[in-house]
Write a protein that binds this ligand. Sequence first.
Ligand code: SAM
Length: 287
Amino acid sequence: KEKAIATPSQTKAYLNKFGFSFKKSLGQNFIIDVNILNNILNVAGVTKDVGVIEIGPGMGALTEQLAQAADHVVAFEIDQRLEPILAETLADYDNISIVFEDVLKADVQAVINQHFKPSQPIKLVANLPYYVTTPIIMQLLMSRLPLESITVMIQKEVAERMAAEPNSKSYGSLSIAVQYYTEAIHTFNVPKTAFMPQPNVESAVLHLTFRKEPPVHVEDEPFFFSLVRASFAQRRKTLRNNLVSFFKGKYDKEMVEEKLKQAEISGDRRAETLSIGEFANLANTFC
Ligand code: SAM
């Protein structure tokens, strides 16, 4: 194709031709910079053998680049109004399938079975709608879909939280949830000017590689995650105080102190200083 979709002039031309108006409520901020798309593809490691799942193709800016580099692309789009536009912008490609569904409600496994070869490496690559970033990522992490990695453009602040290390301001229960399933890297930031229309927040590309095994042994996953959330309930309080509130009516103060001792963790510490391994030890002492 002569001209990429991801330029200001092409994007404007398609908007005018189809009389398309952006829906803010659907997080519609389209990319107008091909270099950024190429950088996303490099981070994701998209090669000719790879099957790609995209969420929210919009006008097809990223989809087009993915189709050139990958074996096959399946994209989920919630907005039916984009159907005639995508039919034109992506007309040159025979390795793209668009599914007009809300990705949170779609049967992604069935779509994978239908479109990808058995044992083909599958990667998820997307410029996500920001209003549902965390639900989409958490659903993908817990879905047990056969994905190798997730490479997504999201709000910079959320990328920082998901990839944060202990003892940093961004470290919290979201960092632990994401890093329990994946190795997380906040790769590069993207300015507002790379989008049309420009979003209100700064953006960043997050790269998540699925782990074969969790990094720590956890006896009871739901209990582990609720203990982690409770430990961060009031960030400025000590771990002891947050845990005492969490276990109120179930375990008394002395019992909580005993468990902390058993896990060799001082109750005077704040949750943000604990590693995933320490949280796992602590949770396991209650099981
Ligand atoms: N990929 C395009 C690009 O980079 O220019 C568009 C990205 S735009 C940030 C997000 C896209 O996700 C929009 O096309 C929007 O309609 C779509 N979208 C929003 N919510 C969705 C959902 N729940 N399921 C699937 N697509 C969704």
